[in-house]
Design a protein around this ligand. Structure first.
Ligand SMILES: [Fe+2]
Length: 199
C-alpha cells in the first residue's frame, strides 16, 4: 500500500493514560483553534454525535460514551490546516496531552487504507463505519427538499449505487467498514438516519 498518510506504527498513546480524557469544552476549544472550515467542523460534530449515540444505545457507561464522542469529534481535526499531516498531527497532539490511548488508536484507524492501521476494537470499527456514511447521508439530506424528513434506507442505498452522487465518498470504504464491523450496511444507514445531528 502506498499512501502519504501511512502512520507506520501500531501503538498509540500510553497505557499509563488509560482513564484520561479532555472535557467536551477542551475538545471544542481545540477545534475552534484548528478548524476554520464550518462544513468540516459540522462533519466531526455529526460523527461524534453518532459515536456517542451508538455507545449509549449499547448501554456503555458515561466514560465510554465520552470516549466514543471525543474520538468522533476529533478524528479529522488536523485536516483543515495540515492535510498532508492527517491524522499524524492530531495523534501527536493527543499524545502530548496524555489522552487515553484508546481514543488515539481509534482516530489512527479511521481509514485503514490510508493510515495502515487495522481497526480492532468495537470503537475503532464503528468510527470507520460512521465516518463516510455520516457524510453521505448528510449529502443526501441536502439534496432532498424535505431533508431528513421521511428519509428511508432504500433511498440512501439507491444513491450509493449512483456513482455520480457524492462521488468523493468511497463506496469501497463503506462496504469494507460494514463488513469489518459485522453490521449490514442497511442497519448502519438506519442508525445514521435516526441519530444524525441535524443542522
Ligand atoms: Fe471524517
Amino acid at each position: 500500500m502506498e499512501s502519504i498518510y501511512l502512520l507506520n506504527r501500531t501503538e498509540f498513546g500510553s497505557e499509563s493514560n488509560l482513564g484520561q480524557v479532555m472535557t467536551l469544552e477542551e475538545a471544542m476549544e481545540l477545534l475552534s483553534l484548528w478548524v476554520k472550515n464550518d462544513k468540516l467542523l459540522f462533519h466531526m460534530k455529526q460523527v461524534g454525535h453518532l459515536m456517542k449515540a451508538y455507545a449509549a444505545a449499547k448501554g456503555y457507561d458515561e466514560y465510554m460514551q465520552h470516549m466514543w464522542h471525543l474520538a468522533g469529534l476529533l478524528h479529522d481535526a488536523d485536516w483543515d490546516q495540515w492535510p498532508d499531516q492527517h491524522c499524524r498531527k492530531i495523534i501527536e497532539e493527543l499524545e502530548s496531552r496524555n489522552i487515553d490511548p484508546r481514543i488515539i488508536r481509534t482516530i489512527a484507524c479511521h481509514g485503514p487504507r490510508y493510515f495502515g492501521v487495522e481497526p480492532v476494537t468495537e470503537m475503532e470499527k464503528m468510527l470507520y463505519a460512521f465516518d463516510e456514511l455520516s457524510g453521505f447521508v448528510h449529502a443526501y439530506s441536502l439534496m432532498r427538499p424535505q431533508g431528513y424528513e421521511g428519509m428511508e434506507v432504500s433511498g440512501v442505498k439507491k444513491r450509493l449505487k449512483d456513482k455520480t452522487f457524492a462521488a468523493q465518498v468511497s463506496r469501497e470504504d463503506i462496504a469494507d467498514a460494514s463488513e469489518r464491523a459485522g453490521i449490514p450496511v442497511e442497519d448502519l444507514i438506519s442508525f445514521v438516519i435516526a441519530n444524525q445531528l441535524r443542522a
